[in-house]
Design a protein. Structure first.
Length: 268
């Protein structure tokens, strides 16, 4: 589950090589919430087994393509447990013998989990684990300093904006995660965000500023709708997301419930 059509690039996306050490194998699961499909990222150098991030759906042809791109696999990392990112993890583990590593212990298989601040390494590549809750409680981003890139899962998308998947996802957490990613991107001079869906994004600080401003604007709209008499999140959706396609209204309602709760708690 990913996002609503608001921000980001309008370019189509088919995956492929981002750099000599990072490639995307695009999963065949396009849709209103998955955009072009799930991005399965393969991170590797020439002298060690690969790190696969988000195997995607349990689709045999897709997983075979991942293995063809990756070769030997040292680690399978999950940015979060939603099926469009994690469903194929067990099958890829069985195909490669690589452990599945995630923040949620229920998703860990054949090895250890990960937590904020961990570094997952293979050869000359270090992947730094950054807890970024908000889309879900278990959401992670993954910073690859050698490539000046941050893999964002569903926290930031190549097109649109992420759903705060309430009640597991919380808006306060999400805003804090966006701010933390912005600080990291600025401090490390990161040049790319590599999302879980949609095309890669240049200028991470600008993108994250846009995400933060979009959330502030949505909060203002929800607050105004409430002050104008909207009594439920459903009524707010009818006002604030009036132009959203019917196919994503349910996702708009999740984000609205997160915004509603945030306002109820007086967090802004």
């Amino acid at each position: 589950m990913s996002g609503l059509p608001v921000l980001g690039s309008s370019a189509s996306w088919s995956g492929g090589e981002h750099s000599p050490r990072i490639s995307c194998v695009l999963a065949p699961n396009p849709g209103p919430m998955t955009l072009d499909g799930t991005n399965t990222w393969v991170v590797r150098d020439d002298h060690a087994a690969a790190i696969v991030i988000d195997p995607g759906p349990d689709d045999a042809a897709h997983l075979e393509a991942v293995v063809t791109t990756a070769g030997a696999v040292a680690h399978i990392l999950l940015t979060h447990a939603h099926a469009d990112h994690a469903e194929g993890a067990r099958s890829l583990h069985e195909m490669t013998g690589a452990p599945v590593r995630a923040l949620d212990p229920r998703e860990v298989l054949g090895g250890e989990g990960v937590r904020h601040g961990d570094v997952v390494a293979s050869g000359g590549i270090d992947v730094h684990v950054v807890a970024t809750p908000g889309h879900t409680a278990d959401s992670l981003s993954l910073h690859v300093p050698a490539e000046s890139a941050i893999l964002t899962g569903d926290t930031v998308l190549g097109r649109g904006t992420a759903v705060v998947a309430w009640p597991d996802g919380q808006l306060g957490d999400y805003l804090a995660s966006l701010d933390a990613l912005r600080q990291r991107a600025a401090a490390t001079e990161a040049t790319f965000l590599l999302p879980g869906h949609g095309p890669t994004l240049r200028d991470p600080v600008r993108v994250l500023d846009e995400y933060l401003e979009h959330r502030r604007e949505r909060l203002r709209q929800v607050r105004d709708a409430r002050e104008s008499g909207a009594r439920t999140p459903e009524e707010v959706v009818g006002i604030v997301y009036a132009d959203a396609p019917e196919s994503v209204r349910w996702a708009a309602l999740l984000s609205t419930r997160a915004q509603w709760e945030y306002l109820e708690q007086g967090d802004c």
